[in-house]
Design a binder for this molecule. Structure first.
Ligand SMILES: *Cc1c(COP(=O)(O)O)cnc(C)c1O
Length: 347
């Protein structure tokens, strides 16, 4: 036996109660529709295997991933019937996997519809494109015999700009309502997180929040209902005194104008803490505010401990990572801030 792998100096603090509370709030805001959950991209970086059981216990029964491999990773976490794969069956193997496991495919094209029927068919979802021109069949294709052969659970469409005030929202909603009249289905779904705030016309039977579950605030007005769920934390590896006039980090972008006490933490751009945080990011420990000094490196970042004498080597410090504020500070989207978080974080 090898000795147990040493503990990491990087972890993602994960507030299960906040996740649960966010889902319950989004379910309530969805009116008579039920809220599902987008858990693709490893639960937006939080760890899908951690996220799904919490949401399931809260009452969520519809989970959306993008790739078939993502569904496979969750087969022992939740009933396969509760899992749907947004990208749909690209190959006969994908269709066979869905048939064997009971995971539901989202059918996005006539070719996917035929592939699913040829594999034996069964319950599926249908994605209708109402204005994004990304995935999904066009309204004109709804009458095709390949679609008529499907047993459709959820008739899905996806909004391009739900977080904005734009006429496209009503246009897409109208096309989705039109599709609902044209084709037999058990349930209908349009809204992502931001779409939930657009009102009951957008709710249908099922909503599909993602970012808002994890503490993102996609539209102003939703912040009161949503809580921060994750916070990156890193351990201080080394503390040093820096004399006035010396520089810190790659390319010497920061110069100490007075003697300073600084700490190097085990977090860098390889972990998704990108270089846009250089001289800009902030951490917290024991009530102190700890600014990032100089460039973020691949595996290391230096923070200012001059005014935090009680913080030292081995201590854990937490990044300021409330998503709306962190997005404004970094220029990254709230989605990027979460999905970038790398594999070296203990989850
Ligand atoms: C990612 C995704 C969602 C969730 O979107 P958010 O903006 O994160 O709420 C919903 N539906 C589809 C089809 C998606 O791809």
């Amino acid at each position: 036996m090898f000795p147990e792998f040493p503990a990491s100096a990087l972890r993602l603090a994960f507030d299960r109660d906040a996740l649960r509370s966010n889902w319950l709030a989004l379910d309530r805001l969805s009116g008579s529709a039920r809220a599902g959950a987008a858990v693709k991209a490893n639960g937006y970086g939080l760890g899908a295997r951690q996220v799904v059981p919490v949401l399931h216990a809260a009452g969520c029964h519809d989970f959306f991933v993008a790739h078939w491999g993502e569904a496979q990773d969750l087969l022992d976490c939740v009933s396969p019937a509760a899992l749907s794969v947004l990208h749909g069956p690209l190959t006969a193997q994908d269709a066979a996997f869905a048939r064997e496991t009971g995971v539901t495919p989202v059918i996005n094209s006539l070719a996917q519809a035929r592939r699913w029927t040829e594999a034996g068919g069964g319950r599926c979802h249908l994605m209708v494109d109402t204005g994004m021109n990304r995935l999904g069949i066009r309204l004109e294709e709804l009458g095709d015999e390949a679609i008529a052969a499907l047993d459709i659970d959820v008739l899905i469409s996806h909004l391009a700009s739900a977080e904005e005030e734009t006429d496209l929202n009503a246009v897409q909603c109208g096309r989705w309502q039109e599709a609902r009249k044209q084709i037999r289905h058990a349930r209908a779904s349009l809204a992502n997180s931001a779409g939930i705030a657009l009102g009951r016309d957008y709710h249908g039977d099922l909503t599909r929040p993602g970012i808002a579950l994890y503490g993102g605030v996609p539209r102003s007005g939703m912040e009161a209902d949503l809580q921060q769920v994750v916070r990156p934390e890193a351990a201080i590896l080394q503390v040093r005194e820096v004399p006035a006039g010396e520089t810190i980090g790659y390319n010497a972008t920061f110069t100490a104008t007075a003697p300073m006490r600084v700490g190097a933490i085990a977090l860098g751009y390889a972990d998704g803490y990108l270089r846009c945080w250089s001289d800009k990011g902030r951490f917290q420990a024991r009530g102190h505010d700890l600014p990032v000094l100089g460039r973020v490196s691949m595996d290391l970042t230096v923070v200012d401990l001059t005014h935090a004498p009680d913080v030292g080597e081995g201590d854990w410090i937490a990044a300021d990572y409330a998503l709306p504020a962190a997005a404004a500070a970094s220029g990254l989207s709230q989605y990027e801030l979460l999905t970038l978080l790398g594999r070296r974080f203990g989850r």
